[in-house]
Design a protein around this ligand. Structure first.
Ligand code: 5GP
Ligand code: ZN
Length: 113
C-alpha cells in the first residue's frame, strides 16, 4: 500500500526533512501545533500502531530513538517535549501510516483533549 507519507519517504512529495536513516524519516508537520512539530515515520508502510507485531520490534525501537535524536537536534530535549501516536478514528489519526508526533517549544497541557 502506498500513501502520502510513503510518497514523502520516497522523495516523491516534498517535505522539510530533519532526520533520515535507511528505515526512518522525520520531517516538519505541514500544520504545526507547536513551535517544534516533527513527524517521525517508518519508511515502510505500517497502517498504525494497532497493527504492529513482533516483526516490527526493531523499527519501533529505531523510531523512538530517532524521536529522541530529533528532540536534541531541535533543541527541545532540555526543556521537555511530547511524543504522540494517534491511532484510528477516535484516536484522531488522519494519515493511515504510522507516525510519532514530536511536539515541543511550548508548555504542553494535560489532558491533551
Ligand atoms: P495524525 O492526525 O494522523 O496523527 O497526524 C497527521 C499529521 O500529518 C497532521 O498533523 C498533519 O498536519 C500532517 N500532514 C498531513 N499531510 C501532510 C503533508 O503532506 N506534509 C506534511 N509535512 N505533513 C502533513
Ligand atoms: Zn504509507
Amino acid at each position: 500500500m502506498r500513501c502520502i507519507f510513503c510518497d514523502i519517504a520516497a522523495g516523491i512529495l516534498p517535505s522539510e526533512v530533519v532526520f533520515e536513516t535507511d528505515d526512518v524519516i522525520a520531517f516538519r508537520d505541514i500544520n504545526p501545533a507547536a513551535p517544534v512539530h516533527v513527524l517521525v515515520v517508518p519508511k515502510e508502510h505500517i497502517d498504525g500502531i494497532a497493527v504492529v507485531d513482533q516483526t516490527h520490534t526493531a523499527v519501533l525501537g529505531r523510531l523512538m530513538l530517532a524521536a529522541v535524536e530529533v528532540s536534541k537536534s531541535e533543541g527541545v530535549a532540555g526543556d521537555g517535549f511530547r511524543l504522540v501516536i494517534n491511532q484510528g478514528r477516535e484516536g484522531g489519526q488522519t494519515v493511515g501510516h504510522l507516525h510519532i508526533h514530536l511536539l515541543g517549544g511550548r508548555q504542553m497541557r494535560w489532558p491533551s483533549g
